[in-house]
Design a binder for this molecule. Structure first.
Ligand code: RTP
Ligand code: MG
Length: 140
């Protein structure tokens, strides 16, 4: 499959522990290239909009509070089969269930403070990239 793109967030638990580089190294070692990156403090409105698909879920409010509790690093990642490749290196949502060697197994603290977000489809990757980046900010 041709190289394509996905969207990643390094979450506040990882930036707080100064693990932005460690997470990025694991992404790069998995064959993904960082073609856009910025450190931001999400607004509540941004976080609520980003996670709108989860707004009826019981964890929605806690998730939004967590995502605005500190800086995050939003990234566009490029590579062959990028969405699946990124999901593979992220590991299961709950670090207790994640495979050794994955980011969530090695770095995450809990199912909420799970260090990374990654798009779950090509369609959502395009939507999520456009939510945080303009085309000129992405340099492939
Ligand atoms: P993500 O969207 O962050 O890449 O993670 P995911 O697909 O593996 O998980 P998803 O089901 O989309 O859930 C989004 C985020 O919500 C938090 N969560 N908390 N307390 C809970 O039971 C619970 N379940 C999910 C996690 O931070 C998850 O990454
Ligand atoms: Mg998800």
């Amino acid at each position: 499959m041709a190289a394509n793109r996905t969207f990643s967030i390094i979450k506040p638990d990882a930036t707080r522990r100064n693990l932005t580089g460690a997470v990025t190294t694991m992404l790069e070692d998995a064959g993904l290239r960082v073609v856009a990156s910025k450190r931001i403090k999400m607004t509540r409105e941004q976080a609520e909009g980003f996670y709108a698909v989860h707004k009826e879920r019981p964890f929605f409010n806690d998730l939004v509070e967590f995502m605005i509790s500190g800086p995050v690093v939003v990234q566009v990642l490029e590579g062959e089969d990028a969405v699946r490749r990124n999901r593979d290196v992220m590991g299961a949502t709950n670090p207790a269930d994640a495979t050794p060697g994955t980011i969530r197994k090695e770095i995450a603290e809990s199912i909420e403070a799970n260090s990374v977000h990654g798009s779950d489809s090509d369609e959502n990757a395009a939507i999520e990239i456009a939510y945080f980046f303009t085309p000129d900010e992405i340099v492939g």
